[in-house]
Design a protein around this ligand. Structure first.
Ligand code: ADP
Ligand code: MG
Length: 333
């Protein structure tokens, strides 16, 4: 750029920004293929003198219209990641784009609008977004009221039907079972038509039957409305019914389990086999190790144990170009 154009740009830039205040936050068009793009995401919690690195350079991409799960041990950073995605907390470094918006550039107002318009959140402990002395339908209307939405009653009733609670619309929340309350919480999360639904251990405190029902609701919303859904779970049975499961270890994506056939495809084929196996079969999923953007990978813990190696050790890597396979040896072997 010449000196003159630089000066002209400097004069015009603020004006352009004033007219389109959100433009500097949109780094991708809204019709971009991805709903979530997380690159090298870092979150450090500072408490008094201790620093906890909850996310240590996490990469994750989720396409629009995808329903996927995140699994990992307690303390691996699942909730931290979900809170970043939900705009409840700010990343320390890295890049995070949701629906084409760069969350690292958000100010308080951007966060407020984002939480109100773009994402819906469901927690394990739903007490957080339910009002016990109001009826189910009143609870669902509440977020719409805050946004000034029209036809609230009609929309709230539709949502309660979607979560299978048409018969309970006028029941007070404190008269409903845990599973029913969780379904009201899902309807509340959907009240303002989010593009992305985030659920942190949504089936953590319900029985298997209810847990399956909740996943069925998520699947129906995903299929009929193309809603992008990210579910954090440690429920193995639940994750077996999901096509893409990403595992987090120590604040990084470590491996990814992909269904060889989609669950829907498998159910279709099972339909013709009476009493066919299916869900309990071992090889429905294939586990893949995820390389980060620089090509680094995290070896599965059990592989390291069986090789007798530990973090910090040096290993030998060989490539067999003919077969396209790579081999890893304990050094000296
Ligand atoms: N608000 C916080 N302040 C300090 N440390 C936190 C906070 N939230 C989470 N952590 C720490 O960050 C790490 C990841 O926690 P979390 O994301 O809750 O894991 P998960 O949901 O996988 O169990 C843990 O070591 C946890 O103790
Ligand atoms: Mg958690």
């Amino acid at each position: 750029m010449s000196d003159v154009t630089e000066k002209v740009a400097a004069v015009y830039d603020p004006i352009i920004e004033e007219e389109k205040p959100s433009d500097n936050k949109s780094i991708a068009p809204a019709d971009d293929e991805y709903m979530i793009r997380c690159e090298n995401l870092v979150k450090i919690y500072k408490t008094d003198e201790i620093e906890v690195v909850a996310l240590q350079g996490l990469d994750l991409d989720v396409k629009r219209g995808e329903l996927m799960a995140i699994v990992g041990n307690s303390g691996s950073g699942k909730s931290t990641l979900l809170n970043m995605l939900g705009g409840l907390d700010k990343p320390s470094a890295g890049s995070l784009t949701v629906d084409g918006k760069n969350l690292l550039k958000f100010n308080d107002k951007d966060y407020m609008e984002y939480k109100r318009d773009t994402v819906g959140f469901v927690w394990q402990n739903n007490a957080r977004n339910l009002v016990p002395y109001l009826s189910a339908v009143q609870n669902v209307e509440l977020p719409m009221l805050l946004k000034g939405k029209k036809q609230r009653r009609k929309r709230a009733l539709e949502l309660l039907e979607k979560v299978g609670l048409s018969h309970r619309v006028n029941s007070r929340l404190d008269q409903m079972s845990g599973g029913e309350q969780q379904r009201v919480a899902i309807a509340i999360a959907l009240a303002n038509d989010p593009k992305l639904l985030l659920a942190d251990e949504p089936t953590g405190s319900v029985d298997t039957k209810t847990s399956n029902m909740i996943l069925d609701i998520f699947k129906a919303l995903n299929e009929s409305e193309g809603l992008t859904i990210v579910i954090v779970t440690h429920d193995v049975k639940l994750s077996k019914r999901i096509d893409r499961v990403v595992a987090i270890r120590d604040g990084r994506t470590s491996s990814e389990i992909v269904r060889k056939k989609s669950y829907a495809q498998e159910l279709g084929e099972m339909g013709s086999i009476i009493g066919g196996a299916g869900e309990d079969e071992e090889d429905t999923h294939e586990e893949l190790v995820v390389l980060d953007r620089s090509g680094r990978l995290q070896l599965p813990k059990d592989y390291m144990e069986s090789l007798g190696i530990k973090g910090g050790d040096k290993v030998k890597v060989e490539l067999d170009e003919e077969t396209g396979k790579m081999f890893l040896f304990k050094s000296g072997e």
